[in-house]
Design a protein around this ligand. Structure first.
Ligand code: FBP
Length: 557
């Protein structure tokens, strides 16, 4: 095989592990801690999850664990968008299983949760794992977004697990996929089968987090990669001095990625969707914020700059949120009729007839491209595919139009030309940073220990992540304890709470305190490329978000 030098070098990388996971596998035992309960909707969740409600949090500590030596068969699923480190979760799970019992087997269900439903599986062998250690991507077994929701799907998933004589299924995914894992765990328990279901927190978006899950894997690598690109663009902007760059950054809902990249790169403007929503800012006001910054810099002779736009912004602008909600409802109710129409003109007429008057006016005011994008298919969880909506272009065009009006009135004397970018897919399959490589391997190994102990309905948790890996703590948190009830598609559903940017949290406060200085400055911060080898301060430093949230700056690197 013609591997790149970095790929060959990464094969040889040995992930750093928490001390407790370094010893003999049968000397790491689950220790029951306090009962973990959800913070809200307790009675309703208890009724929905009679078998998985009220379980204790688990910490892996020193102790005899003969169960770790038993022969096991485990299936693993990669679910949703790729995130750097997924292969190391599989490697950690595989190595744990084999350290326990050389006869144990690991199956990969291909193409996401649908692979479990349809029993599309493959044997994961030592040779295969070795070809994927410390590499990015989910291509070892593939991923998918199938949601297991119909009774038939649940039955088929159970039938597959029984057919393969599985002891456990490990679901590697984001909030929606781990919600699915909780439902599956409850279903398997109700069937009387002793088949554990465990989750692993994945998503570059960084919105699957809480006290026990300090960050989802992939966020570290993706934001480092985007920050490198943004830093380079900032330098280009300051060199050419003629463009405003509008950079849309992934993050389907929460703005954690945009916030982290802002902290790393100090752009002139960074929009944070959660702030836009909290301030009830309309599209005009959002545009006004950028226009004010462009004018201010033009007055200082700087006709260039960088604006970061979170991908999910469009759904946080109140009037757009109403519009998208109405379109979702129209498309859900009239799916067959809508799909029978062939042209965009017909689709548009179909939707316009059914929209409320203010939403219809707003829809009509949008550029045709955005109108079309808003009608494209939803994902299997009913979400608008915001990665396909060109919000960065919409904003840039609107800023341009507003500045042209101001120029006519004599209120803007600068120049405004723009370039647009979208950074998302570029970061999801990068070689995992050392942090993600270490974290993912530890998560996979922890998932094995939970499974070996017969625990089900848990998500693997590795904590104290702002400290060196040797000091990390491993354990498990009941999935139900992270849930609440939300209205989805006209029904009350139990779901894992999505963690949006906390406007009173340390990362946002740091950003808010410094952004007015960054607005005027052209002295950008250029993070440069991710480092995999070299001094620890270059290779092991976690995100600013994690360090600020855990308030242990300087403890690492
Ligand atoms: P997950 O929530 O599954 O981790 O996916 C996150 C994400 O990368 C979003 O940032 C983005 O909006 C979406 O996936 C794109 O999905 P797709 O790969 O289906 O285009």
């Amino acid at each position: 095989m013609d591997y790149s030098p970095l790929q060959s070098a990464r094969y040889a990388y040995a992930p750093k592990l928490p001390a407790i996971l370094r010893g003999p596998v049968n000397q790491a035992a689950p220790i029951k801690c306090g009962i973990a309960e959800p913070t809200v909707d307790r009675d309703r969740l208890k009724a929905m999850f009679p078998r998985s409600y009220g379980m204790p949090e688990i910490r892996i500590g020193k102790g005899d664990n003969p169960q770790a030596k038993r022969l096991m068969r485990v299936g693993v699923i990669l679910s949703g968008g790729p995130a750097p480190g997924g292969h190391n979760v599989i490697a950690g799970l595989f190595d744990g299983l084999k350290a326990g019992n050389a006869e144990s087997e690991l199956y990969g269900f291909r193409g996401g949760p649908g692979g479990l439903v349809d029993d599309k599986h493959m044997d994961i062998t030592a040779e295969l794992v070795d070809r994927y250690r410390n590499t990015g991507g989910f291509d070892l077994i593939g991923s998918g977004r199938t949601k297991i929701e119909s009774p038939e799907q649940f039955e088929k998933a159970l039938a597959t697990a029984k057919r393969r004589a599985l002891d456990a299924v490990v679901v590697v995914g984001g909030d929606d996929s781990n919600t699915n894992a909780a439902l599956l765990a409850e279903y398997f328990a109700a069937s009387g089968e002793k088949i554990a279901v465990l989750g692993v927190p994945k998503t570059i978006d960084g919105d699957l987090k809480n006290e026990a899950i300090e960050t989802s894997f992939g966020f570290d690598t993706a934001t480092k990669l985007y920050s490198e690109l943004i830093g380079n663009i900032e330098r280009d902007a300051a060199s050419g001095r003629k463009y405003w760059h509008f950079v849309k950054l992934m993050g389907r809902s929460a703005s954690h990625i945009a916030l982290e990249c802002a902290l790393q790169c100090r752009p002139n403007v960074a929009l944070i969707s959660e702030e836009v929503e909290a301030g009830g800012m309309g599209l005009g006001e959002v545009v006004g914020t950028i226009v004010a910054s462009v004018k201010q810099r033009a007055d200082a002779g700087e006709n260039f700059g960088v604006v970061l736009v979170p991908e999910g912004l469009i759904e946080f602008v109140p009037e757009m949120k109403v519009l998208i909600g109405e379109i979702n409802e129209i498309l859900a109710k009239g799916e067959a009729a809508f799909k029978s129409l062939a042209s965009f003109v017909d689709h548009k007429a179909f939707v316009l007839e059914r929209l409320s008057a203010p939403s219809a006016r707003l829809y009509e005011s949008l550029p045709r491209g955005i109108q079309e994008q808003l009608l494209w298919d939803r994902d299997p969880h009913g979400n608008v595919q915001v990665s396909r909506i060109e919000t960065e272009k919409l904003l840039a065009e609107m800023v341009k139009a507003r500045l042209a009006e101001l120029a006519k009135e004599g209120a803007f004397k600068g120049k405004f030309d723009f370039q647009t970018h979208f950074f998302g897919y570029e970061g999801r399959c990068a070689f995992p940073s050392n942090f993600d490589a270490d974290y993912c391997y530890s998560l996979g190994y922890t998932a094995f220990l939970l499974a070996a102990s017969g625990l089900s309905g848990y998500i693997a948790s590795v904590k104290r992540l702002s400290s060196p890996a040797a000091e990390w703590e491993a354990g498990g948190v009941p999935l139900v304890s992270m849930m609440n009830i939300e209205r989805r598609h006209g029904e009350d559903r139990p779901v894992i709470r999505k963690a949006l940017v906390d406007l009173s949290g340390a990362p946002f406060r740091e950003f808010a305190a410094r952004r007015s200085a960054w607005a005027l400055s052209s002295d950008y911060r250029v993070p440069g490329g991710m480092q995999y080898f070299g001094p620890s301060e270059l290779t092991d430093r976690p995100t600013a978000t994690l360090l600020l949230e855990r308030a242990e700056p300087g403890k690492r690197g």
